[in-house]
Design a protein around this ligand. Structure first.
Ligand code: DX5
Ligand code: ZN
Length: 215
């Protein structure tokens, strides 16, 4: 299981220390939550933080853009160090164009869907993308409770991906812990984001290790 700890829950006064902790852990990716205060009712951080993180890690930077109309900023996110750029289905009017723009930058393109958005809306885009991010909370905040309907969405998405024979990654974001991670793997998830579960545990490295071994 790919574990992508979310820096939203880290101690920003000790950003370098926390990134170095992740470097020593089993995490393959680092999840970066960018919020604009328009698409979601919260503002997090942007390019300077992403660049600072990039300086201290060679792990895959998994950037989750919770911003309305992200197109004008895609290139700058790539230059700041993003390896994966995930945009929201609900935030892009011409999603196909947005995805093509990300691919033209030579990085992986992901699309996130909110809890109320059905998996089927992505059917005609599956060929173009590398990753689907299933939101298992309403985006905007860390530490929320997992929405259990997400299990069936992952199952449905996995079936769709297998029917199409595509190498798409399924990532789940929001309220992930050891118990639901087990069920998520069973449903077909390849990657999980974990903020609160990692950073509020007594030993984050052990928490990441445990999540990475879930099967
Ligand atoms: C929510 C963010 C998540 C969040 C996850 O809007 O997209 O990535 O940081 O945090 P937890 O794991 O605490 O729900
Ligand atoms: Zn996220």
């Amino acid at each position: 299981m790919i574990v992508s700890p979310s820096l939203l829950s880290c101690d920003f006064g000790n950003l370098q220390r926390d990134v170095e902790m992740l470097n020593q852990s089993a995490a393959q990716w680092i999840h970066i939550d960018v919020m604009d205060g328009v698409f979601v009712p919260n503002i997090s951080f942007g390019f300077p933080i992403l660049k600072a993180v990039r300086k201290h890690t060679s792990k895959v930077l998994d950037v989750h853009l919770m911003i309305q109309n992200p197109d004008p900023y895609l290139e700058e996110f790539k230059l700041a160090g993003a390896d994966i750029l995930t945009v929201h289905y609900e935030a892009c009017t011409h999603l196909h164009r947005t995805v093509q723009k990300i691919k033209s930058l030579g990085i992986k393109a992901g699309v996130a869907i909110n809890p109320h958005t059905p998996v089927s809306v992505l059917k005609h885009l599956m060929n173009e993308i590398d990753l689907v991010l299933v939101m298992s909370v309403n985006p905007g905040f860390g530490g929320q409770s997992f929405i259990s309907d997400s299990f069936s969405k992952v199952t449905e998405l996995k079936q769709l991906i297998m029917d199409l024979g595509l190498p798409l990654i399924i990532e789940v974001d929001g309220g992930v812990n050891l118990e639901n991670a087990m069920l998520l793997v069973g449903a077909g998830a390849d990657a999980v984001v974990a903020g609160n579960f990692v950073f509020n545990s007594e030993n984050p490295v052990d928490a990441i290790e445990a999540l990475s071994k879930v099967e």
